[in-house]
Design a protein. Sequence first.
Length: 312
Amino acid sequence: MNKKLKVAVIGGGSTYTPELVNGFLTRIKQFPIDELWLMDIDEERLEVVGGFARRMVAHKGSPFKVILTSNQREALKNAAYVITQLRVGHMEARRKDEYLGFRHGLIGQETTGVGGMAKALRTIPVILKIASDMQELATPGALLVNFTNPAGLITQALSKHAPETPAVGVCNIPITAKMLLGKRLENATGKTIDPNHTELKTLGLNHLSWHRGFSVDGEDVWPPIISEFIRELKSAAHPEWDARTIEVLQMIPNYYLQYFYYTDKKLKLQEGWPPSRADEVIHIEKALLEEYANPALKEPPEKLMERGGAYS
């Protein structure tokens, strides 16, 4: 008898979860999951998000079961894959992290700034405990896939302090960049670009990375992409990047590197808070949860793209 393929999501009440569920539904042939366990300590929120997840799966013919639980050990038992997408202290803790930097004239961003270090100090012990529990409860060799920020620090902590648990850190930024660069190339050439035939070349670690190449069916198309990007920056009234930065690098930096390249500019923008990004996300999540609670909703709503985890 074949064993069931079980995936556990710790932090299953996250507003990102429907996009994750949609990914499993899209790839059911490549990844024949039997059970998706959504675990969260916020039972009310889990019921809303989990209920929507169940409707999504039922709408696609119920190829796998969605099981909701507030018991972490129950979720981890016999899991082959464990996804962590949790937030210790909820969104209010992120808001405090951001304003910690604000009060002291430092970057308050939740992953690359002092707020990111505060978040790491709260989060790493929790993730390490999950890794430890996996050794006891999960399928031998089960993989921990971390989507919790600050992803770089957490993944480093796992590799140093829980090496017996296979773990990877993931971020949606590379796939988002790949999709956007493909669309930019479509606009420049007038040709349809299949994302499955493209490859993005990236250097660095989350959230500190540089996109340095792009190919379609193995053909390098980076020169026209970087030239068009520089042209757009020079013609924009308020460019995201200084065109000279990109001309010198000949790479497209991850957005978060702006906090290092243009620290003074970012600090100046913080002076205009509120709203910080956490303030904005609190409102976005409230609206998303209201949509998720709609019993007629069976597909991820468009507003999910505003949450920041596109293509996750």
